[in-house]
Design a protein around this ligand. Structure first.
Ligand code: BGC
Length: 741
């Protein structure tokens, strides 16, 4: 028997060896796109047409027969050529399982993307991606809809929590590293949503208006950096229009920027329900229609075949679509190292540690008057108030929703709105109460639910320390209509702070909220959505086992009207559509839900976030890059290198009594605005000094003029602890340079 198997193996490898020259796609010494081209050339027309459109398993007719896993997408493979079935899962914060469509299938849940951004730690972003990639592979998924890098243009955007903040350099680097991490598991990652899907209200109908220069210097720069670093197999185009054309049939963006200027070799897949045409989309650069059941029509199967037969879409374009898909599949390593056929065990403990590390490094201490934190050894009676802090921590909703390993101790369905079909308010099982009790065994630590401010204040009065957990749930498909905390929590916080001067607020929010009570509360910790080890991470920060080191990846406004737009655009159109439906309108409007189209003029242009505050001379509540520590850092005199590859280097010393990490930031002046051009994260023991050398990314301070132009000469720069807190100002002597777009 053994001999027979051996003979069979030898025969197979011999035939492979003989076959290799005839099958260049098997030759690993060739580039991915050359291999992909040869593979595409070996396919029949019908096989090619199979690859360019995907099913949405929850709605696909032959879901079971075709062996689909309930998830975002499925594209049948071509076994005779070794092309794997593509199984797509959402994965911004872990392998998603929205509304538990796969019963009992849990995964490691990272904190919100904003927490990763707040770490300013590229290596940790990569570990997060690698963790997700490994879990996805073990669950037999091989294409991850990850890499969300839309910039925070508005503090109320419902999906900010999934993304990486308002700065193109920070967001681009971290998204790129997360993508690299995912693809280290030899599976495909996307980067999404290309581009300007900056709010959720009316996302299917809105037309985002902006000049090319401004777009290149902001959102597109984030994508460009993410793509260069991460080399994602695929780019997902967005729902919205950009300057008049839908993002998924936008010739200047897809053929122009992405494929011509950036030489992007992979494929453009649509967002789910974002395709509106066959010829226009195919000729503008869309390579694959995703989740076709969500579109108004099946644009990329039979209609595409007919368009090619009639010459309205060239055969060369169809071949290019297929070659690009296969390039992504080969370049990621998936073709040569297919995912296992059945689920494999996962190292959940190690993965949970990654989630905890992100939470610990990403929480931002906003205020700590009189060193209320870390919790004093003298605090014997502590009360935790609100937000289900007895059982868990909040997560954000939508396609990124992970069913975390501990399950969901609290889950609240929605009663209305677009998100209702696929989102529930979900808490991960990570109890701040239990974690604090374990960390402080000698203390009496209790929980009250906060539903009654009077009872909460009474409990606070009895305690040495009161911790209010405040929440704001955000979800894909809707925006926060106000930045105020929901559910009268401002009154709750004010009541507790009034009862006990030793009160602090932990914010579990999807972005900035208004803090009318700030003057009355000595300490505030921004915990974002802290993921499945959020409770444990919180306990370690609150007790001082870890010094807070997160820095805000977005500006926190004093009031909504400081931001370029005080509220979601198109709200009136949304209301009108809801009213029509309530009045009995049964028309099937598809994904748009009947919201009338509207335009958004992004008047801030490239001056997103902190740049807008500088330009308009507004002083925010907390600036971009801001965050306190339990220790102090001092900076030495910098050594400045100008020229074409400028850098700044200096010593950072931990001048305090505790270990901690610092995030020095370099801002370079461009058109009168200081833009983040480089940063470092450095962990130091008390008294320890380390020299950091920060290379500056020229495109952050270049002008975009058909390419990147850096004017030579003296240029002001700053070393800052945040966008507003300047430690050092000096000049760089720059060489004039011109870089490709
Ligand atoms: C979201 C994407 C997601 C897709 C598939 C869309 O609604 O915008 O981010 O990847 O659904 O679930």
């Amino acid at each position: 028997m053994k001999k027979l198997i051996l003979a069979a193996l030898l025969a197979t490898s011999a035939s492979l060896a003989m076959a290799a020259p005839a099958h260049p796609w098997l030759d690993r010494s060739l580039s991915a796109s050359v291999r992909a081209g040869s593979l595409a050339a070996a396919m029949t027309q019908d096989e090619k047409l199979v690859l360019v459109h995907g099913y949405f398993p929850p709605k696909a007719k032959p879901a079971q027969e075709m062996g689909m896993i309930p998830s975002a997408g499925h594209i049948p493979g071509i076994p005779r050529l070794g092309i794997p079935t593509l199984r797509e899962s959402d994965a911004s914060l872990g392998v998603a399982n929205q509304v538990e469509q796969r019963k009992g299938d849990t995964a490691t849940a990272l904190p919100a993307g904003l927490a990763t951004a707040a770490t300013f730690n590229p290596e940790l972003a990569r570990s997060g991606g690698a963790m997700i990639g490994a879990e996805a592979r073990a669950k037999t998924f091989n294409v991850l809809l990850a890499g969300g890098v839309n910039l925070t243009r508005d503090p109320w955007n419902g999906r900010n929590f999934e993304y990486l903040g308002e700065d193109p350099l920070l967001a681009g680097i971290l998204a790129g590293e997360a993508i690299r991490g995912v693809e280290s598991a030899h599976i495909v990652s996307t980067v999404k949503h290309f581009v300007l899907n900056s709010q959720e209200t009316g996302r299917h109908v809105l037309d985002a208006r902006i000049s090319e220069t401004a777009l290149r210097e902001s959102d597109l720069l984030a994508f460009q950096i993410a793509i260069e670093r991460g080399r994602p197999g695929s780019v997902m185009c967005a729902y919205n229009k950009v300057n008049g054309d839908y993002a998924c049939e936008n010739e200047p963006l897809l053929n122009g920027v992405l494929k011509r200027d950036w030489h992007y070799p992979g494929w453009v897949m649509s967002d789910w329900g974002a395709v509106h045409s066959t010829e226009k989309a195919a000729n503008a650069g869309l390579d694959q229609q995703s989740g076709q059941e969500l579109d108004r029509a099946l644009y990329f199967n039979q209609p595409l075949a007919e368009a090619v037969a009639a010459g309205r879409v060239s055969q060369a374009r169809l071949d290019d679509m297929v070659r690009r898909i296969l390039t992504g599949v080969i370049a990621s390593g998936l073709y040569d190292d297919p995912v296992p056929a059945t689920p494999q065990p996962i190292d959940l403990d190690t993965h949970a540690d990654v989630a905890q590390a992100v939470a610990e490094q990403g929480m931002v201490l906003l205020k700590n008057e009189g060193d209320l934190l870390p919790i004093a050894a003298s605090a014997r009676r502590i009360v935790l108030i609100g937000a289900h802090a007895d059982v868990g921590v909040l997560s954000g909703g939508g396609s990124s929703q992970v069913r975390s390993t501990g399950g969901a101790p609290v889950e609240i369905p929605l009663t209305k709105g677009e998100a209702a079909s696929f989102a529930r308010m979900t808490w991960h099982a990570s109890s701040p109460l239990k974690a604090l009790q374990a960390a402080l065994p000698g203390a009496d630590i209790r929980y009250v639910d906060g539903s009654d401010p009077v009872a909460a204040a009474a409990a606070a009065k009895q305690a040495d320390l009161a911790i209010v957990f405040a929440w704001q749930w955000q979800s894909e498909a809707q925006d926060a209509e106000t930045l105020a905390l929901p559910d009268d929590q401002d009154a709750l916080i004010a009541a507790v702070a009034g009862a006990n001067a030793h009160s602090l607020v932990v914010l579990e929010t999807g972005g900035p909220v208004l803090m009318p009570w700030l003057a009355k509360v000595p300490a505030v910790l921004q915990a974002w959505y802290p993921g499945q080890r959020g409770g444990e991470a919180l306990a370690r920060i609150l007790t001082g086992a870890v010094s807070p080191s997160g820095r805000l990846p977005m500006t926190f406004p004093v009031s909504a009207d400081q931001a370029p737009r005080p509220e979601p655009m198109g709200l009136a159109n949304l209301r009108a559509a809801e009213a029509r439906r309530a009045a009995g309108d049964k028309t099937d409007y598809g994904m748009s839900a009947g919201v009338a189209p509207f335009t958004i003029d992004y008047r801030e242009g490239a001056d997103v976030g902190y740049r807008w505050y500088q330009k308009t001379g507004r002083k925010p509540l907390f600036p971009f890059g801001y965050g306190l520590s339990y220790t102090r850092f001092s900076y030495g005199t910098p050594a400045i290198v100008g020229g074409a590859a400028p850098s700044v280097s200096f010593e950072v010393t931990n001048a305090g009594e505790r270990a901690g990490a610092d995030v020095p930031q370099i801002y370079v002046e461009a058109g009168g605005i200081y833009r983040l051009a480089g940063f470092a994260r450095v962990a130091l023991l008390p008294g320890q000094t380390q020299r950091v050398t920060i290379s500056l990314e020229p495109r952050t301070f270049a002008r975009f003029e058909k390419g990147w132009v850096v004017d030579g000469g003296a240029r002001r720069f700053r070393i800052g602890r945040s966008a507003s807190d300047v430690v050092y100002e000096g000049t760089l002597d720059l060489l004039p340079t011109r870089m490709a777009p």
